[in-house]
Design a protein around this ligand. Structure first.
Ligand code: SF4
Length: 326
């Protein structure tokens, strides 16, 4: 591990001052400390923000939900309002990582976590994300778990978060605070596809801090849930996943929010699937027809062609679980 300084701050002004001087924010530390041990990340200054007052879950005036950036994954998953309003968030969190990690890791840190591409974590391998311009060992290496959507010639790594898939489906907003003040960014614009600059992963400006994630109010009744398909049933990242929320009234689907995980370089919203659902009556045939669009635009790699069909089936199954049908 490389030498670094450590400062613990208790108010946002001190945090922003330290951030402006190049300090790297840390809270639960469940990703960053690992990466520092492996010398993948070498920050010179850590700014511990875990004491900042960003640990509340509140219902917004419009009936949405605001989850503070420092709410622990386990706290968010168990929160009665989260469970009641958006089960898809609770389920995505509970299917993530391990109990120990969920007790430490925060919501803000979760969406900021870096890829689990093994070449990214191997400092002897070529990796444009870790060392821009060095190449991508995964393109011609072992790429079974890599992305099939949103990839570029420079990087094919998946985004590892589960709850980010739920946030993408629900069209959340990220609240930020920086030297220039507060601003909000739609979740769809917050995490960046790799393009030719895979080392740039979020639309954060220098020194900016995530303060909260806000889920908009959606029409009720709303049924939602998260399905995760993985090689083993515990402590494993998704091969594919599906976050689905449906508002069905009068026997017709009025709203559909669908996103996929484990397949994209960012959580992958599925507007073509949503478009096939809205205005239709739930049925097995509808789930099948809609899910056919889930892999539109996929560019599989030599070892992960199976993800195309697995994604379609994952989405179809979760649509059926949430929407019922016959
Ligand atoms: Fe690095 Fe991305 Fe290639 Fe993995 S897929 S080796 S993270 S550039």
């Amino acid at each position: 591990m490389h030498p670094f300084s450590y400062t613990r701050v208790s108010d946002t002004r001190a945090a922003l001052d330290a951030g402006r001087r190049g300090g790297r924010y840390i809270a639960g530390g469940t990703t960053l400390v690992d990466l520092m041990r492996e010398t993948v990340e070498r920050p010179r200054a850590l700014v511990d923000i875990s004491a900042l007052p960003l640990r509340e879950v509140t219902v917004t005036r419009r009936g949405g939900l605001r989850i503070g950036a420092l709410v622990r994954m386990a706290e968010a998953a168990a929160h009665p309002r989260v469970r009641a309003l958006y089960p898809v968030i609770s389920q995505a969190l509970e299917l993530s990582a391990s109990a120990q990690l969920r007790n430490m890791a925060t919501i803000g840190g979760n969406i900021m976590q870096r890829t689990r591409c093994s070449y990214f974590r191997d400092v002897t391998a070529a990796c444009n994300k870790r060392e821009p311009g060095t190449g991508c060992a995964a393109l011609h290496g072992v790429n079974r778990t890599h992305a099939i959507l949103g990839t570029s010639d420079d990087c094919v790594a998946t985004h590892p978060s589960d709850v980010a898939v739920a946030f993408a489906a629900l069209e959340a907003t990220v609240h930020l605070l920086g030297p220039a003040g507060e601003r909000t960014v739609p979740f769809a614009d917050f995490l960046l596809e790799p393009g030719s600059t895979p080392s740039r992963e979020q639309a954060l400006r220098p020194g900016e801090l995530i303060t909260a994630v806000e889920i908009p109010a959606l029409p009720r009744p709303l049924k939602s849930g998260y399905l995760k398909v993985r090689d083993r049933q515990s402590y494993e990242f998704a091969l594919t996943s599906a976050a689905v929320a449906l508002h069905i009234r009068g026997g017709v689907i009025r709203e559909a929010k669908v996103a996929a995980g484990g397949v994209g370089t960012v959580p992958w919203k599925l507007p073509a699937v949503e478009g096939r659902l809205i205005g239709q009556r739930p049925s097995d045939a509808l789930w099948t027809t809609a899910a056919e669009r889930a892999a539109d635009g996929a560019r599989p790699l030599p070892h992960n062609r199976f993800k195309v069909e697995l994604l379609r089936r994952t989405v179809e199954r979760q649509l059926r679980v949430i929407g019922g049908g016959k």
